[in-house]
Design a protein around this ligand. Structure first.
Ligand SMILES: [Mg+2]
Length: 267
């Protein structure tokens, strides 16, 4: 391989399925991040999470043994307001999601409507919504059918909550609204560009100097390759229909650490 892991200046890590699975860290996660930081490499964490802001995610990382500042985490939920703004300007929005998602949209200058006011919406934004039900699907789909633009914080079908345990993701809810409303959703998180671009800004790296480390072939690896970042695939999430050619691959962070160390001690 002509490119070396050691030549990389910045590392962007996915969280679910790459650093942790639910409440359990994956083997080698602490050691890998520490080794990269000790070698002077920049590290950020890039999450499609549609419920938790970077402050909460950095707290969880720190508690689990990976000391992290909020500025080292980029969460899809936090760029939702900005993404809608870029497409439509400040608009009336119908939101299926947590109060955090409501707040993010309001901070970006949008007006969040009550569900019954769906007729006045120009955008529908879908996150993981624990209150999702038939009524919210009906209102959101009616708004989309009437011309409101449909956004999803991410298009993930499911997210891991423990070993072999998953909950329905934002993409599953967005898909229900899309089918009933008759319009495809715009994805804000990975594999969309905005989240990767924000990560590169935080890393202060050119795409070719930065590695995206992630377990999702479609969201992390294909998405990062599309913005010309280097890629390291944590192969614990098989997607047989997605063809990718990652620069590095490993079954877990411990093995990726070995690749980093071997590369380091070569010659
Ligand atoms: Mg993942």
């Amino acid at each position: 391989m002509s490119i070396r892991l050691n030549d990389m200046k910045g590392f962007a890590f996915d969280l679910d399925g790459t650093i942790w699975s639910g409440e359990a860290l994956l083997p080698g996660a602490i050691e890998l991040v520490a080794a990269l930081r000790n070698a002077g490499r920049k590290v950020v964490f890039v999450s499609n999470n549609s419920r938790k802001p970077s402050t909460e995610l950095s707290k969880k990382l720190t508690q689990m043994g990976i000391p992290t500042e909020p500025s080292e985490v980029v969460a899809a939920v936090e760029i939702a307001g900005e993404a809608v703004h870029r497409e439509l300007g400040p608009v009336n929005v119908l939101v299926l999601g947590t109060t955090e998602l409501h707040r993010v949209l309001e901070r970006a200058g949008h007006r969040v409507l009550a569900m019954e006011e769906w007729e006045h919406s120009q955008a529908v934004v879908v996150g993981v919504d624990p209150e999702f039900n038939y009524a919210s699907l009906k209102y959101a789909a009616s708004a989309v059918h009437q011309g409101a633009k449909l956004f999803a914080v991410n298009l993930d079908a499911r997210f891991p909550v423990g070993p072999n345990r998953y909950e329905p993701g934002c993409g599953a809810l967005a898909e229900a609204v899309a089918v009933a409303g008759g319009s495809r959703p715009i994805g804000i998180g990975k594999p969309g560009h905005p989240l990767f671009e924000m990560a590169l800004m935080r890393l202060q790296c050119q795409p070719a100097e930065a590695v995206m480390v992630g377990d999702s072939a479609s969201a992390d690896i294909a998405g990062a390759a599309a913005v010309r970042m280097r890629t390291a695939w944590i192969q614990n999430n098989a997607e047989p229909n997605v063809l990718i050619s990652p620069d590095w691959s490993a079954p877990d962070p411990a093995r990726l650490l070995e690749l980093w160390q071997t590369d380091l001690f070569q010659g």
